[in-house]
Design a binder for this molecule. Structure first.
Ligand SMILES: Cc1ncc(COP(=O)(O)O)c(C=O)c1O
Length: 916
């Protein structure tokens, strides 16, 4: 396949598979309607219209090979109807299929698989086992069969599996049969309903389809040596390739080789079961169902449902358990009818009755956590019912000791700052790059992190640097090159622990593109890399030049690509994620993921941290929802995440290309959000002219930062609205809620809950607002137009500089002349507990200017966090500088945590600091 084909592939083509498929069917519906009208009126165009339908169907057919429905039989019938000129029946079948596809009714309804004539014996076989009306819902999925045999033998194989369906099966599946390695990859990418893959060994390699996206995907995932393998190895190689795309899939291998040997091969560990060819079709069928059941089972939720049905008398706390105080009440019965009886039946403060204990899980919570670990690629998972604010504090308390140094993005969530206060570790703040124009910060450049570590090394304090905390992705969508950050930091400090706050990014595991940039994805990749002989020899070369412990001058190391010592490194990676922010968990549902090869050494303290922070009355529904969120992501996360990315791309494209909306609003692209030096690949943005799929992928692979497209910064200052004003207007007048705001922008987010209708509604609202502005400006006076222009200028150009972290007051520094900036935030924090040790000075007071000029230094007694932007512009013990005061004075937001305008800034008295 030529590179030009790769280059012409539409950049969002991968994500728009589902959309493109329904669009293609809609085009076919239109064509057949036209044909039917011209045929019934015997118009001269009817032959041309028939040909148009045939062409539209053949365009669509190549894609349909990867989906079970409508399937070969229905499509063949359609071909026949078109060929015989039966426009009425062709239209009927096309309408039926198109409707079934858009409503997914074919998953439930037998009739959708039938073409409505008498020769349906085969189709009746097809539908045997699908849910009938009135029977309980049986989840439907598809199985990909990869077989080297010809089309008729392949159809036969699918038919064999169908015959094995039994009434008692919990699920029903249909097979999609493909004949090559490449088609199997394509089917896995395109068809999100596939849950299991059955691979016959000795499959050929090349696809019969011509897909540039597939080509790029293969280049991206498979090394040329792999592709050159002998055909008999393709089965195993394919299993690895498919797992790299969708790790949740169950893979079965059918081989006529030495299966016993193959089964013992470590490389076959990604295969769920190996069979000796087709000697046991029923076993294959049962294994397929069993594999899906394993992901479907939600041990905690399943048990909670059973518990709710039992007649239990409670003599413990929690009167709402069983709901009697509610349903019998004269006054609060509406609570019961609103929430429904199950919520109360499923409540208990007991940990008996199979409910397990979140604090010391040994039963179904433990199993649920283990399943979550499998799903998210961790060694172990802890469920947390008080949000990631708590997860972060747990991890920090567990791993940091008083006096340890923790390198942390100053712009991180406040839980990390409090984590340092609680643990007594000294935060060494490293700055993210600023995006002053939009009053927000980006992410922390690797160079700054390395410099901080090398400075610590220079001062002999590297051994105390225990952890690096970064937010991935940031609130505004900056994604780190996680693997590179960890690899280079480990080159300087081989046992550094990483805490990746992926509060917003838990879903990313289920996108093959984002996964590599997640904590767990990158940790797995490093694990492999450090064992690779090629890496080991590259490290040897580096150590000959720079010494085993990198003793070259700091300056050169900061800019050099560093390799870690594979003999010395310890992979110690923690991730926290607000499952409730991006998956179907109830609010506050959060998880801690652990991949730490030295976990045993911190296990006890980890439990202490859980005991410190977790409530002894965790909410059972939140625990159940974490279990359910895991089930959903393992079974449909891939499809749902793709859709949310696709919707975000739709919004970006529509807003920025709409002739009216784009006059006043704009969604910021990667080029606006990430300065060019951090986009080494030369990538500009997804929709920039000349961009293509290959460039987008290489940016995701190489660049220091990438932009999460689902986080959309919509500039509204150019429409004359500040962020808060626009957010309030959308909520009050249009029932649209959004994420956060900045001075001149708002942040929108798509997630697995969004639909194309939501996008259409948003675009319509933006068009309406733009039209209103247009009208106002056209009909207003010149003075009004000038006032609008001035307002826009003020919002877009008069933006305050963002203040960097200054430094800790010398009383909170061990050696005030030290070149590294860590400080004892805990002592500073508790200093403020003595009211007599604090003073307040009003922000506008000349006293502030005098102190800034002549001293004594102004030292913050507490955290001051304005919303927006939401990061602490002052932390306890920090010396307040002119920059910070200027920023505070220009700030026009109402919500500033830690600041009482009536009293002024809370400061530690100079006399107290001097006395220490
Ligand atoms: C980066 C980051 N980490 C942690 C949190 C806290 O998460 P939760 O709301 O689940 O407590 C947030 C909340 O917005 C966040 O943005």
């Amino acid at each position: 396949m030529s590179t030009t084909m790769i280059e012409t592939a539409r950049v969002d083509a991968f994500f728009t598979v589902a959309e493109a498929r329904s669009d293609r069917w809609r085009t076919l519906v239109k064509a057949v309607n036209t044909w039917q009208a011209s045929a019934s009126d015997h118009l001269p165009d009817r032959e041309a219209d028939r040909a148009a339908v045939a062409a539209s169907l053949s365009e669509l057919r190549q894609w349909e090979d990867f989906f079970a429905y409508p399937g070969e039989a229905l499509l063949r019938r359609l071909d026949e109807r078109i060929a015989s000129g039966d426009s009425i029946d062709a239209a009927r079948v096309i309408h039926q299929i198109s409707m079934a596809l858009s409503s997914h009714s074919y998953r439930e309804n037998v009739g959708e698989w039938e073409a409505g004539d008498d020769s349906q014996s085969m189709l009746r076989e097809v539908v045997k086992g699908l849910g009938q009306e009135g029977t309980p819902h049986k989840p439907y999925f598809e199985v990909l069969i990869v077989s080297p045999s010809g089309p008729s033998a392949r159809a036969q194989a699918a038919q064999e599996l169908r015959k094995l369906r039994r009434q008692q099966d919990r699920f029903v599946y249909e097979s999609v049969v493909v004949g090559s390695f490449e088609d199997a990859v394509l089917g896995t990418i395109l068809n999100g309903s596939i849950q299991a893959v059955v691979i016959y060994d000795s499959i050929p390699f090349a696809s019969v389809h011509n897909s540039p996206i597939l080509r790029q995907f293969l280049i991206d995932y498979l090394s040329p040596e792999v592709i050159k393998k002998a055909p008999q190895d393709y089965g195993l190689t394919l299993a690895h390739a498919l797992k790299a795309i969708r790790p949740e899939l169950d893979i079965y291998l059918l081989s006529d080789r030495d299966v016993e040997k193959l089964a013992g091969d470590a490389a076959a560990s990604c295969i769920r079961r190996i069979f000796y060819q087709v000697e046991e079709p029923l076993e294959i069928h049962l294994s397929i169902l069993d594999g899906v059941a394993d992901r479907f089972e939600t041990p905690y939720f399943d048990n909670l449902q059973k518990y709710a049905q039992r007649p239990i008398g409670t003599f413990h706390a929690l009167p709402v358990a069983r709901g009697k105080s509610i349903f019998k009440s004269n006054w609060i019965r509406d609570m019961g009818s609103f929430y429904g009886v199950n919520l109360f039946l499923a409540e208990s403060s007991a940990t008996t009755g199979g409910l397990d204990s979140l604090l010391e899980p040994t039963g179904n919570i433990k199993v649920a956590q283990d399943k979550a670990a499998r799903a998210f690629g961790a060694d172990r998972v802890f469920f947390v019912t008080n949000g990631t604010s708590t997860s972060n504090k747990m991890v920090e308390q567990a791993l940091l000791r008083p006096g340890d140094i923790v390198l942390v993005d100053r712009n991180c969530h406040k839980s990390h700052h409090y984590g340092a206060v609680l643990s007594g570790a000294l935060p060494l703040y490293i700055e993210a790059f600023p995006l002053t124009k939009y009053s927000m910060y980006g992410a922390v450049p690797l160079r700054s992190i390395k410099k901080a570590l090398l400075d610590l090394k220079k001062e002999g304090k590297l051994d105390r640097a225990r952890m690096l905390v970064l937010t991935n992705c940031t609130f505004d969508g900056h994604i780190y090159n996680v693997e590179r950050v960890m690899e280079e930091c480990l080159a300087i400090k081989p046992d550094l622990i990483f805490l990746w706050d992926e509060a917003w990014f838990g879903f990313a595991r289920f996108s093959p593109f984002y996964r590599r940039r997640t904590a767990m994805g990158a940790a797995a990749s490093l694990e492999k890399k450090f064992k690779d002989p090629a890496y080991r020899s590259a490290y040897q070369t580096q150590s000959i030049a720079f010494g085993k412990d990198l003793d070259a001058s700091d300056e050169s190391l900061v800019d050099m690509r560093l390799l870690a010592n594979p003999e010395k490194v310890r992979i110690r990676v923690y991730q926290t994620n607000s499952t409730h922010k991006s998956m179907s968990a109830l609010r506050q549902g959060s998880m801690v993921l652990v991949k730490d090869e030295d976990y045993e050494s911190v296990e006890e303290q980890f439990h202490e941290a859980v005991f410190t922070h977790a409530s002894t009355s965790p909410n059972l529904q939140i625990i159940a929802s974490l279990d359910i969120a895991r089930r959903q992501m393992e079974l449909e996360g891939y499809e749902l995440v793709n859709r949310s990315i696709q919707l975000a791309l739709d919004i970006r494209r529509e807003v920025n290309s709409h002739p009216l909306i784009s006059k006043y609003f704009r969604v910021l692209g990667a080029d606006d959000m990430i300065p060019a030096p951090f986009r080494n690949s030369g990538f500009v943005d997804y929709f920039t002219a000349g961009n293509n799929w290959a460039k987008s992928l290489s940016a995701l692979r190489e660049d220091e930062f990438a932009l999460d497209v689902t986080r959309l910064t919509l500039v509204c200052g150019s429409a004359g609205f500040d962020g808060t004003q626009f957010k309030n207007m959308l909520a009050a007048d249009y029932d649209i809620q959004l994420n956060k705001t900045s001075r001149n922008s708002v942040l929108l987010q798509t997630n697995i809950n969004n639909t194309r209708s939501d996008v259409a509604n948003l675009i319509k609202v933006l068009a309406d607002i733009s039209r209103d502005i247009e009208k106002r400006l056209a009909h207003g006076t010149e003075t009004e137009r000038e006032a609008f222009a001035a307002r826009v200028k003020g919002l877009m150009e008069n933006v305050p500089d963002l203040p960097n972290f200054s430094f800790f007051h010398k009383h909170f520094r061990e050696i005030s002349a030290s070149i590294t900036g860590e400080g004892d935030i805990r002592t500073a924090f508790f200093c403020a507990y003595g009211e007599e040790d604090c003073e307040h000075i009003k922000l506008a007071s000349p006293e502030i200017d005098k102190r800034l000029k002549d001293g004594p230094e102004l030292v913050s007694a507490n955290f001051v966090i304005p919303y927006p932007p939401g990061f602490p512009i002052m932390v306890p013990g920090q010396v307040i500088t002119v920059d910070t005061i200027d920023f505070m004075r220009k700030l026009d937001v109402k919500e500033i945590h830690g600041y009482n305008a009536a009293l002024g800034l809370k400061l530690l008295k100079a006399s107290v600091l001097d006395a220490k």
